[in-house]
Structures are given as C-alpha cells and as structure tokens.
Design a protein around this ligand. Sequence first.
Ligand code: IMP
Ligand code: MG
Length: 175
Amino acid sequence: MDSQTKLRVLFSRGEIEATVKKLADEIRKDYQAKHPLLIGILKGSFMFMADLIRHLDFPLELEFIRLSSYGRGRESSGKVKVVQGLHSPIKAREVLVIEDIVDTGLTISFLLDYLQKKQPASLKLCALTDKPSRRQVPINIDYLGFTVPDKFLVGYGLDWDEKFRNLPDICILEE
Ligand code: IMP
Ligand code: MG
C-alpha cells in the first residue's frame, strides 16, 4: 500500500456478519427443502460464500466459476469470459449464484445467460453488494445485502489489483 492509498470502513465486520445472517435466513426459507446448488463467482465471493453457508443448515452443494471481466485495476473491460468452468451439470438443479458486487451488471448478465442455457430448474442471484448508479444492463437481485455508493470498494473478498481481499471489513479505497 503506497502512502497515498487510504481506506475508510464502509461496513464493519459486525455489520457484514448481521447482513450475511439476514440473507441466510431469507435463503433458508426458500431453499431448505430444495437441495440447491450454490455457484460462487471467484475470486471475490469466496469469503461471503464461506460465511453464508455456515448459516445454511440444510443439504446443499457448492460450485465455483471463475470469470474475467475487470482487467487489472478499476475499469471493467465489458468483455466477460469463463476462465474456470463448472464441474457438475446444473440441468434441472435449483441454482443460486453468489456474487460479491454487481456494478455495471455486465459480468452477472453474461453469467446468468450462460447458466440459463444449461436449463436449471430455477436460477436466482444473491449479491452481497449492489452499486446501482453504475448499471449498464438491468439486473434483478433476488437476495441483496447492501446498496453501496459509487466508490471503489475493497475487503471481504473484494480486491483492487488483487490486493485487500483479506480485509475483514468492506472499505472505500480513497486516493
Ligand atoms: P460488473 O461486470 O461491472 O458488474 O463487475 C462485476 C465485477 O467487477 C465484480 O464481480 C468485481 O469483481 C468487480 N468490481 C466491481 N466493482 C468493484 C469494486 O468496487 N471493488 C472491487 N471489485 C469490483
Ligand atoms: Mg475483482
């Protein structure tokens, strides 16, 4: 971290914990008898996924998919590719996608189209944070943690140039 980089806590670990628990309660109500498949988008969602599933006390399965959208740095390239795909079929499964942040929406829009073509029984989205001011394509978020301002966020899985994912709080990166 250079001397110009400042971090300001936006959501503390305690606030995140309470929100993750609230999301888990909503998800439990809808999915507890459905044996869902949760698909986490790497790398950003790993911490959220790990905390969320500890509150989901019913049978479920996990998958991870790795996409590239942002290059290094802050700006979305708009081009999305699957870098690491799924290892199990999702046809006829109850699929819940777990994302760290929906920004322009380009990444998640690509992924939902990609998954829908594989004919899941249902397909829903859970996002920890939403930055609606930056949206370029409409996205329906079924389970949302926090709506966030148009600032660049790091921590709790979110990175800037692969750094700061390990921070336990969600912080605004100020320069
Ligand atoms: P979108 O395609 O613009 O919606 O971007 C989604 C992806 O960009 C997320 O999964 C994040 O990896 C990354 N991203 C968007 N905004 C931020 C941010 O504020 N901090 C860190 N990563 C971000
Ligand atoms: Mg990222």
